[in-house]
Ligand binder design. Structure first.
Ligand SMILES: Cc1ncc(COP(=O)(O)O)c(C=O)c1O
Length: 386
């Protein structure tokens, strides 16, 4: 018989200490007695009963993210999109109504249109530069307002403090997708936002190699609702991914500082380039949302967009083919710089989009900014030659 591995959950003795958290894997959680087993629900919502709601590695990540967000509670889920959907499924019922910023992550809007609607939950999208005007869109049935500020492609900013105030007065909960800024750039919970989502696949983990989402809140009953839905829907997160996110968070502050500064340098260089109609990056003085960013945020982001003077969307092809340092791909927040293209047709599908043009989005990594700027300049030149 193969001898059993030592699966002791005890920490190793004093002769072994590591700087890294342990990776605790489990579907089964063991109980000392049958009485412990039959009363296992008493361990909810923070304890351990079954792997689906996490292991000590999951809790280490959740506690660290909660502390960073300035929130009491956090639930880790398999992706940023899973976090957004899980919030909706936890809190909405047939007959309810939700508001979604028109610039919010596309799959959230698809979820509202193709799924929530089927279950009798209505939604409206709103101008992503909204502030006090949002009050006019609230209905007696409105339960949630989904914010994403800035919107991660077109970069419009909502007036979060004003929206928080008017939502609180109406008894409506606010949900902020804070993935662009991360808690280093904006802490939503201390600012009064009820629920803050991070697509931890991006800046928090930082290496473009895993999918993870976090939901932070100060409200105990919301936390319990999210933990319950996570369990019922089987939204488990792997301990390895939690470990990798914890490791990524060790370098978050230096990556963030470097990438934000590089993004600002790239944005400034593009703003004075003749092939660029407009740069979309709120931290840049002169940006259409700069005043709002400056008034509410403490840090920037590593994602920016620009509207090129391409004659048509087809002119994007030589631009992207000429890029050498930037690689083509979705998602962002990792150490490698990425470029993506959102054709004019995608903007025109939105109800409240100020742009009727193709948009290039850049995620700035840790490469030297001068090299990134040179790469963009030569690619813009290649596009102009076509
Ligand atoms: C702003 C924003 N929120 C949420 C998500 C979803 O995150 P994930 O890829 O972890 O599902 C993304 C992904 O691109 C995003 O850009």
């Amino acid at each position: 018989m193969i001898p059993p591995a030592n699966a002791s959950p005890e920490a190793p003795n004093h002769q072994f200490r590591s700087l890294s958290p342990a990776v605790w894997r489990a579907s089964t959680v063991l109980f000392d007695t049958v009485a412990d087993f039959t009363s296992r629900k008493d361990r909810l919502f923070d304890g351990y009963t079954y792997g689906v709601t996490g292991t000590p590695t999951t809790r280490a990540l959740e506690e660290r993210v909660a502390a960073l967000e300035g929130a009491r509670h956090c639930v880790a889920v398999p992706s940023g999109q899973a976090a957004l959907c899980l919030i909706a499924l936890s809190l909405l019922k047939s007959g309810d109504h939700v508001l979604i910023a028109d610039s919010a992550y596309g799959p959230l809007r698809t979820f509202a249109r193709d799924y929530l609607q089927r279950f009798g939950i209505e939604h409206d999208t709103f101008d992503p530069s909204a502030g006090a005007d949002l009050a006019a869109l609230l209905r007696p049935q409105t339960q949630l307002v989904f914010l994403e500020s800035p919107g991660s492609i077109t970069m419009e900013m909502q007036d979060i403090p004003t929206i928080v105030k008017l939502a609180q007065a109406a008894g409506v909960r606010t949900v902020l997708d804070n993935s662009w800024a991360s808690p280093l750039g904006f802490r939503g919970v201390p600012a009064g936002v009820d629920i803050v989502v991070e697509a931890a696949s991006k800046l928090l983990s930082g290496h473009s190699d895993l999918l993870l989402g976090t939901i932070a809140t100060d409200n105990r009953s919301l936390y319990e609702a999210f933990r319950t839905t996570q369990s019922v829907l089987g939204q488990a997160v792997s301990a390895e991914d939690c470990f990798l996110a914890l490791r990524g968070m060790d370098t978050l502050e230096v990556r963030y500082a470097h990438q934000c500064a590089s993004a600002l340098a790239v944005a400034s260089a593009l703003a004075s380039h003749e092939a660029v109609a407009e740069v979309l990056f709120p931290p840049r003085p002169g940006d259409r949302s700069h005043a709002r960013w400056e008034a509410t945020f403490t840090g920037g982001g590593c994602v920016l967009s620009f509207v090129p003077h391409f004659r048509s969307d087809a002119a994007a092809h030589p631009f992207f083919s000429a890029l050498r340092l930037f690689q083509i791909g979705a998602s962002w927040g990792g150490v490698h710089s990425l470029a993506a293209f959102y054709p004019q047709a995608e903007q025109s599908k939105r109800q409240h989009c100020a742009f009727n043009a193709g948009i290039v989005r850049l995620s700035i990594g840790v490469e030297p900014p001068a090299k990134l700027i040179a790469d963009l300049e030569q690619a813009l030149q290649a596009a102009a030659a076509h």
